[in-house]
Design a protein around this ligand. Structure first.
Ligand SMILES: Cc1cc2nc3c(=O)[nH]c(=O)nc-3n(C[C@H](O)[C@H](O)[C@H](O)COP(=O)(O)OP(=O)(O)OC[C@H]3O[C@@H](n4cnc5c(N)ncnc54)[C@H](O)[C@@H]3O)c2cc1C
Length: 126
């Protein structure tokens, strides 16, 4: 039998994925007393197994402002939460990660990347 726990808070957030954690963080920054409930381990579901793509290109124009704001926040993580969340910016403008490979191999890398995303069923738009 689960023990009963009594918690007093302003907001109860259920789910410790990126959506729940980000919501809890922003509410706490605004002075709310937040309790976050996670049934498993925070960040181990969709948020822990994704491709890690943080992008602004290829978005609907209506998403662009919030995508830019979110992108800036990734750089601010050390200041916000005390560590970088393992975020590393490895490419810009939708390019594959920078390498020292000759230019001729770039299209091959792009083709591999698009094949990989097609075979995984991930369209790159979420
Ligand atoms: C293969 C894959 C690749 C992806 N690649 C990208 C990418 O490159 N870039 C990108 O931006 N997005 C990507 N996404 C999408 C992105 O991962 C999701 O949109 C995002 O992680 C969803 O976050 P979430 O917090 O809503 O869900 P989740 O991370 O799934 O978190 C939900 C949490 O709620 C918990 N929970 C559920 N029910 C309860 C309950 N009753 N009580 C307590 N806890 C509960 C779960 O245990 C879980 O931890 C990808 C997704 C997948 C699957």
């Amino acid at each position: 039998m689960n023990p009963r726990i009594s918690v007093k808070c302003d907001v109860l957030v259920i789910g410790g994925g990126i959506a729940g954690c980000a919501t809890a963080l922003q509410l706490a920054r605004r002075g709310k007393k937040v309790t976050l409930l996670e049934r498993d381990q925070a960040g181990t579901r969709a948020s822990g197994i994704n491709f890690g793509g943080v992008r602004q290109n290829g978005r609907d124009m209506r998403e662009l402002a919030i995508a830019m704001r979110a992108r800036a926040m990734w750089d601010e993580l050390p200041k916000l939460i005390g560590f970088d969340g393992e975020f590393r910016a490895t490419a810009t403008c939708g390019s594959p990660p920078m390498t020292n490979a000759p230019a001729s191999s770039t299209s091959s890398t792009l083709a591999q990347a698009s094949t990989a995303s097609a075979s995984s069923g991930w369209s790159g738009r979420n």
